[in-house]
Ligand binder design. Sequence first.
Ligand SMILES: Nc1nc2c(ncn2[C@@H]2O[C@H](COP(=O)(O)OP(=O)(O)OP(=O)(O)O)[C@@H](O)[C@H]2O)c(=O)[nH]1
Ligand SMILES: [Mg+2]
Length: 442
Amino acid sequence: MGSADTIVALSSGALPSGVAVVRLSGPMAGAVLVEIIGHLPPPRRLILSDIVLDGDTLDRGLLAWMPGPNSFTGEDCAELQLHGSPAVVRAVLRKLACRHGLRLAEAGEFTRRAFENGKLNLVEAEGLGDLIAAETENQRMLAHARLEGGLTRQVEGWRERLLDLRAELEAQIDFADESDVGSLPEGFRDELLHLHADIARVAESAGQGRILRDGFRVVLAGPPNSGKSSLFNALSSSDAAIVSDEPGTTRDLKELPLDINGQLIVLIDSAGLRETGSQAEAIGVARARQAMQSADLVLWLQAPDQPVERPPLAVPEPGDQREGRPPVLVIGSKSDLGSVPGTDHRVSVATGEGLTALLDLLYRSSGASLVRAGELLVSRERDRIGLIDAAGAVRRAEGHLGSAEIAAEDLRLASTALERLLGRIDAEAVLDRLFSAFCIGK
Ligand SMILES: Nc1nc2c(ncn2[C@@H]2O[C@H](COP(=O)(O)OP(=O)(O)OP(=O)(O)O)[C@@H](O)[C@H]2O)c(=O)[nH]1
Ligand SMILES: [Mg+2]
């Protein structure tokens, strides 16, 4: 274990700041501390010291020594807590990075080393990335559960059960030639079905998990001038979208995140749907239709000063992961001007009527209120695919119980799908994508 290079990076946030944490990992981490204070400090204690490098006193700060393997990366690690000054941090990094065998870290490189040294599996590394990026309370809870190993333990449990089941089948195969072949133990088939149901249930949570992690996507749609951009601004307390009484004002899609009770709601303004001679507007209309199809909820606005138009039937694109069409709520807009028959909800941006109730409705529609604390949810498409593969293979094994060989092979494939999920096999492509999305210093 242990990489040849020692890496260094600023691991805390944007400068200037009160404190900046410079982190080192690799074989030279200890030598750097010895250079600064003359000896190796006791492990996992903070030591106050002048930070002197190449004879220059650069700062005064706290040092910590975390020898491997009991460190974040599993390698020897050191941390320098400096004053969060851009000039101090630049000087320290520049001096350290020009030492032989020491270089600046790449994005996600500390976490990659932790993964390579078995400190984190792939699911946990993803959880760490999600935790760092989390902005809402629900994102934080979901990421924490993933990082802390909830999903890992569940997957490990399934793998153990698969191993037991495979052992029974292998015994069948081994003794198949002998006269006293025992049949499979009673309850074997039930155990397979239970395992299938358990995995499939968690796979099904991927839809809700995605909403918690990536947000509940709400598209404001309707005829031109129905008040979409006005409502978009009012709900997001912004003036991000242009509002005018000219029909066809909005062309591009505009997105804003809302945090409602800790749930991320992504609000999307779109072009009014109509036939148009303008090329730019026609592109906007096509984008609006696309956005409606991939939404979690469509708010179809209908103003009283316009002829009633039905929302177009949004047909899912081929290959669309989400089945069915998103639900459509018909909103009577500009309720100060009159009411629209047959609407689910009325709002007026002019008087504020119905705005708070609409936010509440969005929150309830997101399903976030139904998620119980501590419930295991998977949130990534990779999870869903891995679990569906595993569940499908277990299901096939159940259909193949007449042949122990075939059923055993099905169960082996189920185990493989779970191992891939944890990153024990074929992890490279996922890792490259994951770590490049991390910030430097993580
Ligand atoms: N009285 C009243 N007028 C409103 C209300 N909401 C919007 N309007 C007016 O309706 C006109 C159109 O509003 P927009 O928000 O630009 O409508 P839009 O649906 O985004 O229009 P396009 O982008 O052209 O499709 C503007 O003049 C707004 O001031 C409302 O609640 N009450
Ligand atoms: Mg608009």
